[in-house]
Design a protein around this ligand. Structure first.
Ligand code: TMP
Length: 209
């Protein structure tokens, strides 16, 4: 691949994505590779505020359509304020979660429909999809056990959903892979963290050179 790339990282709770990305970001800097590292929902002020509303554990009565629209709203603001300018300025952008989270969580696990959620997201961001997506795959039982063991930094409203929901999230990601087999690469996130880091690093070395 040539040119500057938009790369996203996806996966369920407890996959270790955020910790792995911190290590990867440091390594990229050591190798003088200029990337913008960001996350969803959030990444800039307005979207971080929307994140606070969506993920607040007190908001147990949030309607699932409201949830899907708020994720899409946060995505639009973050995309146009931060991602697009960075890509236009020639930087690679690495983003922790993007549209596939909405397809898996809202479209599939919440049952709103993958096509419906895709369509509100196409309204939010236009047709641009990531050039590459790395999916951290692991059994939901393992992800939830990691959360319960306190190995994640923040417990949010979606983390508090039960095993059945998290199984649906995994099935939702499988559906995303079925639709976008060229774009999404799967890595085994059940491995020890060092191995996961190496798997991500080897894919990034391949595409970023
Ligand atoms: P994080 O904890 O990985 O930052 O993600 C926040 C939570 O939001 C996580 O439970 C996944 C969820 N989420 C969605 O349900 N839909 C989305 O579109 C995004 C970006 C995140």
């Amino acid at each position: 691949m040539v040119g500057n790339l938009f790369i996203t990282f996806e996966g369920p709770e407890g996959a270790g994505k955020t910790s792995v990305l911190k290590i990867i970001h440091e390594r990229l800097k050591e190798n003088n590779i200029d990337v913008l590292m960001t996350r969803e929902p959030g990444g800039i002020e307005i979207a971080e505020k929307i994140r606070g509303i969506i993920l607040d554990p007190a908001h147990t009565n949030m309607n699932e359509r409201t949830e899907a629209l708020l994720f899409a709203a946060a995505r639009a603001q973050h995309f146009f304020e931060k991602v697009v300018p960075a890509l236009e300025a020639g930087q690679h952008v690495l983003c922790d979660r993007f549209i596939d989270s909405s397809l898996a969580y809202q479209g599939f696990a919440r049952g709103l429909g993958v096509d419906e959620v895709l369509s509100i997201n196409q309204f939010a961001i236009g047709q641009r999809l990531p050039d590459l997506t790395i999916l951290f795959d692991l059994a939901p039982e393992i992800g939830l056990a990691r959360i319960q063991a306190g190995r994640v930094e923040e417990i949010n409203r979606l983390d508090e959903e039960g095993l059945a929901f998290h199984k649906q999230v995994r099935a939702g990601y499988k559906e995303a892979v079925r639709r976008y087999p060229e774009r999404i690469r799967i890595i085994n996130a059940e491995q020890p963290m060092d191995n996961v880091v190496e798997d991500v690093w080897s894919i990034l070395s391949e595409v970023l050179g």
